[in-house]
Design a binder for this molecule. Structure first.
Ligand SMILES: [Fe+2]
Length: 159
């Protein structure tokens, strides 16, 4: 028989946080797949730079999904882990076909910003429940996504 979670956060709050983290997980997984896709399919004079940069990014994202999913489990809920669930939960749109290198960069800027917004939207709920471990995770995720968005933005020409 399962033992109830008793960590000082009420079930209603744990459910709310787990739901928010499920959105963050879906966003992160979708961005992971998109970044890996672009690593494979990018073309043009920036190939080497982008191929390598995207690899660093998808490798980091692959580790991040594990931390997010395991935080959901620690809060007493199941982590979504299928493409059908992710398509429903994610705020990031998939692309059809293979975009040009500049469009890939712009799309990844948007994707990283989207994940950061999902994390930030959950922060007040987490803060109210004194869920410091989740707050710490969200802070780290926002920091990484905002830094990645800046680095990607810096590859684009000044307007
Ligand atoms: Fe590769």
């Amino acid at each position: 028989m399962a033992v109830a979670v008793d960590i000082g956060i009420a079930e209603k709050e744990r459910k709310k946080i787990a739901d928010g983290l499920s959105h963050l997980l879906a966003d992160t997984y979708t961005l992971y797949l998109k970044t890996h896709n672009y690593h494979w399919n990018v073309e043009g004079p920036m190939f080497q730079t982008l191929h390598t940069m995207f690899e660093l990014q998808y490798t980091e994202l692959a580790l991040a999904v594990d931390l997010i999913a395991e935080r959901i489990r620690a809060l007493g809920h199941y982590a979504p882990g299928s493409y059908a669930q992710y398509a429903k939960l994610s705020s990031i749109k998939e692309v059809t076909g293979v975009p040009g290198a500049q469009d890939m960069i712009k799309d990844l800027v948007k994707g990283n910003e989207a994940v950061s917004k999902t994390a930030r939207a959950l922060f007040p709920v987490v803060d109210k429940s004194s869920d410091e471990p989740t707050a710490d995770l969200l802070t780290q995720r926002m920091q990484i996504h905002e830094k990645t968005a800046w680095m990607l933005r810096s590859l684009l020409e000044k307007k």
